[in-house]
Design a protein around this ligand. Structure first.
Ligand code: BTN
Length: 322
């Protein structure tokens, strides 16, 4: 009922009488009062005036389930959505839900992570209300070898959401970082649970630096945040809704596979292409020019002798970017 009251007040953009709310939801006036009090306790600003009713004048600045749901316009992604105050890692939390049968599209967000994980065993810092930690569970009907498109499609979705919502010019550093200039704004980590020939579920974790003004010393030179880039405090609940909408667009509509259109969109936003890159192969360091992305999301690199090699994961150093 709280979600429905919020929708009514949000859409009205004006006072709505208690009677009108109780009539349209088919509940008592007392129940409406109680729900409004609960919403105020959660951080919503709802004014009440005699003979006028209720007016929504503010939403929480921190991540809040009801606020994300208020803005969300998706069919599958986020239908089941939870915001935690604090958790070790949203990916680990969601993997446990996944093994208990959580539905495809389930989303877990956290205001703080105490043991956030990055790629290649690194730590991902999410101090309370600084960043957004978001994990999405999917059950794609794919073989384990086919899920390589999930990370690039997620990168494309997040990059678009950030550019649309924050009016920034972020780009993708293959395979899964979102950068501004040469600094990292977002990291993405996809994990999977699968049997030999079938994926049970995937969990894609997205960490967005939102309100950071300082970073731990070891990453300070190569990390940035939305606040540092725009000078503005954005509405993080609206940003999450936009990210989830773009994720639905890219992942659900493309059935988790890189379509021709998604691939060309990804390449247009990919800052790695056209740069000199270095990667390891059989214990040797190899350099070449990143020329394109394959339709399964691998980086295609042209060596100095003209041969093209594909790189599918691991560490790639890109000249000019951290
Ligand atoms: C990277 O760039 O190395 C990937 C970082 C992924 C961080 C996100 S935050 C939400 C989710 N939970 C985690 O523990 N990690 C991912």
């Amino acid at each position: 009922m709280q979600n429905k009251i919020l929708k009514l007040l949000y859409n009205a953009k004006n006072y709505v009488s208690g009677q009108q709310i109780s009539d349209s939801l088919g509940v008592s006036r007392q129940a409406v009062n109680k729900a409004v009090r609960a919403l105020r306790d959660k951080g919503f600003k709802i004014e009440s005036a005699t003979n006028k009713g209720y007016l929504l004048t503010g939403t929480p600045s921190f991540l809040c389930e009801e606020a994300v749901k208020l803005y969300l316009n998706t069919k599958l992604i986020g239908r089941n959505l939870t915001v935690l105050d604090s958790v070790d890692s949203t990916n680990d939390y969601l993997k446990k839900l996944g093994s208990k049968g959580a539905e495809s599209g389930t989303v877990v967000l956290a205001r703080e992570q105490t043991a956030g994980k990055g790629r290649l065993g690194r730590v991902w810092h999410t101090k309370k209300d600084d960043g957004i930690a978001l994990s999405l569970l999917l059950r794609p009907e794919l073989a384990p070898t086919e899920i390589t498109s999930i990370t690039p499609l997620s990168g494309l979705a997040v990059c678009r959401a950030i550019n649309d919502f924050c009016m920034l010019d972020s780009r993708i550093k293959w395979p899964n970082d979102i950068i501004i200039g040469n600094k990292k704004l977002v990291g993405i980590l996809t994990e999977m649970s699968a049997e030999f020939d079938k994926v049970d579920y995937t969990v894609t974790g997205i960490g967005i630096n939102v309100g950071h003004t300082v970073f731990p010393e070891e990453i300070a030179h190569k990390a940035t945040s939305i606040l540092l880039e725009t000078g503005r405090h954005i509405d993080r609940n609206k940003l999450v809704a936009s990210v989830l909408e773009h994720l639905e667009q890219e992942l659900v509509l493309n059935r988790c596979l890189l379509s021709g259109e998604a691939l060309s969109d990804y390449q247009n936003l990919c800052a790695t292409i056209g740069r000199q890159v270095t990667f390891m192969r059989s214990n040797r360091s190899i350099s070449g020019m990143a020329v394109s992305i394959s339709n399964s999301g691998e980086l295609e690199v042209m060596l100095s002798n003209g041969t093209i090699v594909t790189v599918n994961s691991g560490e790639v150093t890109v000249q000019g970017i951290y």
